[in-house]
Design a protein around this ligand. Sequence first.
Ligand code: SF4
Ligand code: SF4
Length: 409
Amino acid sequence: MHTHLAETLRDSPAARDAEAIVRRCVHCGFCLATCPTYQVLGDERDSPRGRIYLIQQLLEGEPANATTQTHLDRCLGCRSCETTCPSGVRYGALLDYGRGVVETQLSRRPRERLLRAALLRVVPSRGLFDALLRLGRLFKPVLPPRLRAKIPPVAAAADTASAPTAARATRRMLVLDVCGESAAPNTRAATMRVFARFGIALETAPAAGCCGALAYHMGRHEEGLAAMRRTIDAWWPLVEQRAVEAIVVTASGCGVTVHEYGHLLRHDPAYAQKAARIAALARDPADILAGEDRSHLAGLGAGRSIAFHAPCTLQHGLKREALVERLLREAGYELAPVADAHLCCGSAGSYSVLQPQLATELRTRKLANLEAGVPELIATANIGCQLHLAAGTSRPVRHWIELLDDLSH
Ligand code: SF4
Ligand code: SF4
């Protein structure tokens, strides 16, 4: 796409990067077929190509308007279009640029401002999130149905006591405290138990908070980058002083962001180097387990039928195509075929709260495909997808690592 970067933006590295991305687009439209919002809404402005045009207008100096805001807000940031694009258009980075511009140029209605502020305040705060979760569970019977569905049931108590102690482990890794993890605490506990059986001790850095993804992808770049710097500061002494082999992120939504720290902080002289080192250490649990001898698990899950939902952040962001599926199959689980597996479930970080109608429509479609083979349960790799899907079905929805943990008891 030919663009004329506005004179006023020529000194902005972010605008120049965005312009370079736009220039790669050849208007072919292949991405339209795999865009969930275009499939639902059928409006070119709700397709990747249409949104690229809208961002191109911003780069050419046109001010953001309500149309730009609406169609960029409706984007899931799922990056399915990146996987499809034959020209290598890095749409996710372009969307982040566009959302940042919209956020600085346009205000929002009071209700939306309040909702966004509440999300940014509550989700990264473990104390606030837990308190609201407890309150929600207490008043669940009297809540409106849509809100009631969002309150997850009390999860099984996390048992990390059965994991071998750190002293017996020969390898050490850090693990991220994922926001909202207390709604599904067994994910971390199962990861610790499974890793411990390979002689790996996982430890957290209590001062590390939110990875920054939530604010950054809402266009609040400075808040997002500040959270990333805080997390790096919390991890850095442990990375430097101890032989930390990797940083494990059990939620692929956070994982893809930590993998991109080096890129996101490349213009910050104080953090660029540290961010690149942290990004190089980031691993999905599947990356680690794929390199271990898992022969003791082989075939143990035989006879159990599951459907795996690959989060967009796992398949389109981290590009871990079919890796988790391979681990589960090798452990004996029977994976039901899932139609349109490349499409988003509608969770998409804050999307299920900010765009509830579209998110619900996408979840209905996703669950129909996941449940077509009548699986015993649904497995996934990201807390957001797990909670969003669980709110629409009576079938258990679990993190895949819990299924490997089940086999070891
Ligand atoms: S990120 Fe997803 S929703 Fe957004 S344009 Fe790309 S495919 Fe469509
Ligand atoms: S597939 Fe890629 S090159 Fe083609 S229109 Fe979409 S973004 Fe542009």
